[in-house]
Design a binder for this molecule. Structure first.
Ligand SMILES: CC(C)(COP(=O)(O)OP(=O)(O)OC[C@H]1O[C@@H](n2cnc3c(N)ncnc32)[C@H](O)[C@@H]1OP(=O)(O)O)[C@@H](O)C(=O)NCCC(=O)NCCS
Length: 184
């Protein structure tokens, strides 16, 4: 599957084979499958659970891989993985249950934060989904305490439209970004 490029970063779509190798501690097989270098401390227990869930979903519907997880990679040298990002699923899978919207998720590992990487990643995901699939409506669910993520969403033009309670993450504010059609 083709990766998504941005100015400084590459987003590598994570395949079921990559996730399976990673969760089975076959880390060099995983690195080879995705051509990247894994950080020693990833994944933690939370991300293992999340990846396991995605693996099961992709085994059932392999065609939706492009709507799941991407490794964020620095494309130079040994290609370190600096975070992960992607969508919650294909159009329709999002906190506001809008059939034409996709929800974005993103995480940058601590040593690489405050360099604008997450902003660049979300911009690249939005560009890709609008260019390749005509998506114009994007959702992000953010905890009211998550200042960096709130700042990022606002900078990209997301506006708060609601809130909900998430079993795992507690209170979350719902943000949406609506792109204008070329004719508007
Ligand atoms: C949220 C997160 C992805 C941001 O990643 P990042 O690559 O550091 O983000 P960026 O550098 O693109 O921009 C972050 C902006 O948020 C603000 N910010 C960053 N850290 C901050 C902090 N500790 N306190 C307040 N504002 C902060 C700043 O405006 C910053 O821009 P600046 O560095 O130009 O001032 C990262 O902190 C992270 O992975 N957190 C844990 C996972 C998470 O919360 N994911 C989002 C779930 S909704």
């Amino acid at each position: 599957m083709a990766s998504i490029r941005s100015e400084r970063l590459e987003l590598v779509s994570l395949s079921p084979d990559f996730i399976e190798a990673l969760l089975a501690e076959r880390r060099s097989d995983a690195e080879a499958a995705a051509t990247l270098t894994l950080p020693d401390d990833w994944p933690d227990a939370h991300d293992r659970g999340f990846l396991n869930f995605r693996l099961r979903q992709m085994r059932e519907r392999p065609e939706i891989q492009e709507w799941f997880v991407y490794a964020v990679v620095l494309p130079e040298g040994d290609r370190p993985m600096v975070g992960h990002a992607g969508f919650h699923g294909p159009p329709g899978v999002n906190a506001v249950k809008a059939p034409d919207a996709v929800e974005v998720g993103y995480s940058v590992f601590e040593p690489y934060r405050r360099r604008g990487y997450a902003t660049e990643v979300v911009r690249a995901l939005v560009d890709w989904a609008s260019r390749e699939h005509g998506i114009r409506r994007f959702v992000a669910s953010i905890s009211p305490e998550n200042e960096p993520s709130l700042a990022l969403a606002k900078r990209l033009g997301f506006e708060q439209t609601g809130q909900h309670w998430d079993e795992e993450d507690g209170e979350e504010l719902e943000f949406e970004l609506h792109l204008r059609a070329a004719s508007e």
